[in-house]
Design a protein around this ligand. Structure first.
Ligand code: SF4
Ligand code: SF4
Length: 322
């Protein structure tokens, strides 16, 4: 009997990226994440299921169309007083995506697509020549790339067989064994540490931070190069005390230090994607951009004063990689 091919849920494949690892890369975003960070700019990445997104301004209405209502087996399409599709009743939706397939105007879109490893590799290999000439490769991101552990491992193995440079971008809130099995096939890890304080971490991301810090220490022991990313979120984790705590953890627990520590400035992104999912945008308030950037530079100095290779942003060359 033929075995069903291994599949994963992918929410995006981006070609020619330059910020998530060295050189020019193809980036594969796997859907689903154990964290639900308040500042997440990709809310469509969080659920492990494919799900419909609604763009009401593209709907041509019940009078002219109505294809989604006809296609939906659960009566989950909700309309406004003008007959435009305005939302999905999420409680009754069974994620079949027939509505999105039927929609002629892209008012309904499928967040996430099921793909086989063969299909993902075909996309990756399409740009192989350019990727390799630039010193680039493939980055697996998410969501949480390591949350689809078996599928990710299969893709990493196939990339290794093709001698492609591989990065895994991870928030490390995953079982240690899932992380450990990727080590032989991963050339560089991009990992996040957000907050040393467990109570604040849980409040802002929905999960405890103990496993994350344990996994970071494990990564250091493997000898694999790592880049640490710290998203700086105003009013959440942007205190000197928090950054000093992360610094002390690195000095104490990571014998092999990250080759670079990138401070990422919070950007208000993804509001329309929250709306498409019928979810409120969780980040409120404005920040003075110039002042915030000065503040980030002062946080960077907390690391550099301790001899750690910290930079603001993702555009600086990663040491050790061309
Ligand atoms: S995904 Fe399926 S169940 Fe959900 S709204 Fe669309 S057609 Fe209906
Ligand atoms: S199928 Fe698309 S365009 Fe037609 S009514 Fe539904 S959402 Fe609107």
């Amino acid at each position: 009997m033929d075995r069903k091919p291994l599949t994963g849920i992918v929410f995006h494949i981006q070609r020619f990226t330059v910020h998530d690892g060295p050189g020019i890369r193809t980036e594969v975003f796997l859907k689903g994440c154990p964290l639900h960070c308040k500042w997440c700019s990709n809310p469509e990445s969080q659920s492990f299921l494919r799900e419909p997104g609604v763009y009401i301004n593209k709907c041509i209405g019940l009078e002219h169309c109505g294809a989604c209502t006809q296609a939906c087996p659960t009566g989950s399409i909700l309309r406004d007083e003008n007959g435009l599709t305005r939302a999905i009743q999420r409680e009754s939706c069974i994620h079949c995506l027939r509505c999105a397939e039927a929609c002629p105007s892209n008012a309904l879109k499928s967040w996430g697509v099921e793909m086989t490893a063969d299909e993902v590799m075909e996309e990756i290999l399409a740009d192989r020549f350019l990727i390799e000439r630039s010193g680039g490769g493939v980055t697996f991101s998410g969501g949480e790339a390591l949350a689809q552990a078996e599928f990710l491992l299969e893709l990493l193995r196939r990339c290794r067989a093709k001698q492609l440079h591989t990065c895994v971008e991870t928030a490390l809130c995953v079982p240690l064994e899932h992380l450990a099995q990727t080590v032989p096939y991963t050339d560089l890890y991009l990992f996040d540490l957000k907050d040393c304080d467990p109570i604040r971490h849980r409040a802002h991301t929905g999960a405890d931070n103990a496993l994350i810090f344990q996994n970071a220490a494990f990564l250091s022991r493997t000898g694999r190069p790592t880049v640490l990313r710290i998203p700086i979120i105003p009013g959440h984790n942007d205190t000197e005390e928090n950054i000093a705590g992360i610094r002390d953890f690195i000095l104490r627990e990571m014998d092999q230090k990250p080759v670079q520590i990138q401070f990422l400035r919070f950007r208000k992104l993804g509001e329309e994607k929250y709306a498409s999912l019928g979810r409120p945008y969780p980040m409120t308030g404005e920040v003075d951009r110039a002042e915030f950037e000065r503040h980030i530079l002062s946080l960077v100095r907390i690391m550099t004063d301790a001899g750690l290779p910290a930079v603001a942003g993702t555009t600086k060359k990663i040491p050790g990689f061309s």
